[in-house]
Design a protein around this ligand. Structure first.
Ligand code: UT7
Length: 324
């Protein structure tokens, strides 16, 4: 017998404002055709003025709790993956905890940029396996529209805002790859790639939040190989192979990266959850958003083997394998 962290609920929140690619044609030397063909993005959501990462995270969390048939009283911990917190501190996690009315348990943030949700899932799994918490809200929430340079066409057309959340619960299991719950994780980072994707400001440097800077093409060339390798490493740790995959739920940065990774793994595209056309790149929010939308669409069902994989600033990358 062993303990597994099993998904009990999922939910997401997207801000009301939808921005189509054509809106960027008014202010930048770009086109709907370029954005669609190079990235697969057609539209994205942007937070309203005054709408923050913790507000979006709280809405996603409330929906995941409702889906699980639980209340905040049932939760022991809140982990939020974000690189765009409301404030330098306290954590978004503690803000969500307060907004949910929780006066117990603990909360913190994980910062691994676009790989943040994978890192947060691995952290939550470790805490459940070590008995530090039985039920954890794991949230990915971002307001990347606040760190865009609106004059840089190579980045500002790619990102969006939103939040997604899962409720994980400790569950006694057989200790086999047929168990429901998180089966394995594979995490990696290499700080020597820092220049490929970073924000040019921060507390101990400029004292300002800064703007996102990206060398898109060199990053693109790193992405497919690293994502396929980490996904396969995680599957191996779970005692599974590529043929066992029901759904790849990838970080939604670029449809060409998503397709390239699936092809390298030999997984057909009708086994990949794709939301990049509607959400753009929402960094740490993209995987929980895709899990929630994939479940809503009827793609992901109980018992399915799901592989999440992501790469982003750091570079940091990784994968988590779970049985839904
Ligand atoms: O979430 C974290 C992980 N992020 C990623 O993995 C993103 C990885 N990178 C990418 O998704 C792609 O590299 C991009 C979508 C960012 C760019 O696609 P690309 O095929 O690598 O294009 P490129 O950067 O090589 O640029 C091609 C051309 C350039 O013009 P020249 O030098 O060929 O004349 C760019 O200046 O496209 C130009 N360009 C644009 N043209 C119209 C760059 N941005 C735009 C734009 N509209 N918005």
């Amino acid at each position: 017998m062993t303990i597994r962290a099993v998904v009990r609920g999922v939910g997401h929140y997207l801000p009301e404002r939808v921005v189509e690619n054509s809106e960027f044609e008014k202010t930048l030397d770009t086109s709907d055709e370029w954005i669609r063909s190079r990235s697969g993005i057609e539209r994205r959501h942007f937070a309203a003025e005054g709408e923050t990462t913790s507000m979006m995270a709280t809405k996603a969390a409330e929906r995941a709790l409702a889906d699980a048939g639980m209340s905040a009283d049932d939760i022991d911990a809140v982990i939020v993956a974000t690189s765009t917190p409301d404030l330098t501190f306290p954590s978004v996690g503690t803000m969500v905890q307060e907004a949910l009315g929780m006066r117990h348990g603990f909360a913190f943030d994980v910062q691994a940029v676009c790989a943040g949700f994978v890192y947060a899932l691995a952290n939550a799994n470790g805490m459940i396996l070590s008995g530090q918490a039985n039920r954890i809200l794991v949230i990915g929430a971002e307001t990347f529209s606040r760190i865009m340079d609106w004059t840089d066409r190579s980045t500002c057309v790619l990102f969006g805002d939103g939040a997604g959340a899962l409720v994980l619960e400790a569950t006694e299991s057989a200790g086999e790859s047929a168990d429901r719950g998180i089966l394995s994780a594979d995490l990696n980072s290499d700080g020597s790639y820092r220049e490929m994707l970073y924000v040019d400001g921060g507390v101990s440097t400029t004292g300002q939040a800064g703007k996102l800077r990206m060398q898109g093409n060199p990053l693109f060339r790193q992405a497919v190989g690293k994502l396929a390798a980490t996904a396969e490493a995680a599957l191996g740790k779970a005692g599974l192979g590529n043929d066992d995959v029901d759904w790849i739920v990838p970080h939604q940065a670029n449809i060409r990266i998503i397709q390239g990774t699936a092809k390298k793994m030999g997984v057909p595209m009708d086994h990949v959850v794709v939301t990049v056309q509607d959400h753009g790149n929402t960094s740490a929010a993209s995987i929980p958003l895709a899990l929630s939308v994939g479940r809503e669409r009827g793609q992901i069902r109980e018992g399915d083997v799901v592989v999440t994989e992501a790469i982003g600033g750091g570079l940091a990358w990784g994968a988590v394998v779970l049985r839904w």
